[in-house]
Write a protein that binds this ligand. Structure first.
Ligand code: FES
Ligand code: FES
Length: 79
């Protein structure tokens, strides 16, 4: 599998409302950390996430987390 684009070497920490979201796995979206369809010419597809209650989430921005779509600190090894 090819490598995703590193959108940023830090998480996107956001206060999330309940709902369904699609985390960008390819790193090409202009609407990070979410998918905007830019993956269409890549082998990547977004990860669907259902959020049931309001909470703060640290979405992985580097796209290399072992716990996608969440930041697990892997970005520290990419700087
Ligand atoms: Fe990156 Fe859709 S734009 S997965
Ligand atoms: Fe990707 Fe932290 S931003 S692991």
């Amino acid at each position: 599998m090819s490598e995703p684009v590193i959108a940023q070497t830090a998480p996107f920490v956001l206060e999330m409302e309940p709902g369904t979201y699609w985390w960008c796995r390819c790193g090409k979206s202009q609407d990070q950390p979410f998918c905007d369809g830019s993956h269409k010419d890549t082998e990547f597809t977004p990860i669907e996430v259902a959020i049931t209650e309001k909470k703060r989430i640290a979405w992985c921005g580097c796209k290399h987390s072992e716990d996608k779509p969440y930041c697990d600190g892997t970005h520290k090894n990419l700087r």
